[in-house]
Design a protein around this ligand. Structure first.
Ligand SMILES: C[S@@+](CC[C@H](N)C(=O)[O-])C[C@H]1O[C@@H](n2cnc3c(N)ncnc32)[C@H](O)[C@@H]1O
Length: 178
């Protein structure tokens, strides 16, 4: 085999291994920080948008926004949306998806740990969460401390310990901050 071909194959293999290691470590990192990446199901997304009462002009914040599928669905209903995502690969991929959908003016992705971001800055009417129960419990204090009464909190799959939902449907829980 010619040397240059050997080098090229070696470089491709090394780059692939580096890519796989990066994805693997970012996934473990996200998991340790709050929750692994698992997409919300399509039917649950519909329920979440309905319980959040998304209308044109609604301001939405998603903590742990994954690949931005929910934010794009909210923006298609006229919402202004911001996602906070700790995984740099997901944040990069989300921005690509948003650009492809032509929604850069409506959706913003912040690559950050949601425990460290200011929730009040975006003045959200609704906050979306799909996180593990322990993470939801830790976030509860922050939600109450930084957001005004009436803010709608929508949690996919898991209840927020210590709060009573105002509605629940299809394993999605809606809360109104008091
Ligand atoms: C279960 S996934 C939900 C993804 C998306 N919200 C959805 O419903 O399809 C949780 C997401 O939260 C992100 N995440 C976990 N801990 C985080 C943290 N401390 N700050 C920001 N994002 C975090 C993960 O990287 C992952 O994308």
């Amino acid at each position: 085999m010619p040397v240059f071909l050997f080098l090229i194959i070696g470089m491709i293999v090394a780059a692939s291994i580096a890519f796989i290691v990066a994805i693997f470590s970012f996934t473990i990192w996200s998991d340790l920080k709050g929750a692994p990446f698992v997409k919300s199901r399509k039917d649950r997304i519909e329920t979440m948008l309905e319980l959040a009462e998304i209308k044109p002009g609604t301001r939405v914040l998603e903590l742990g926004s994954g690949d931005a599928t929910l934010l794009i669905a909210a923006a298609q209903r006229g919402a202004y949306a911001q996602g906070v995502e700790i995984n740099p690969l997901l944040a990069w991929y989300s921005r690509k998806k948003i650009k492809r959908a032509g929604m850069e003016k409506q959706i913003r992705i912040v690559r950050q740990n949601f425990y460290e971001c200011s929730l009040a800055e975006t003045k959200p009417d609704a906050v979306f969460l799909y996180l593990l129960p322990g993470t939801l419990k830790k976030l509860r204090e922050k939600l109450y401390a930084e957001l005004p009464p009436g803010t709608r909190i929508i949690s996919n799959a898991f209840r927020i310990e210590g709060l009573i939902p105002v509605a629940q449907e299809n394993n999605v829980y809606a809360y109104h901050l008091s």
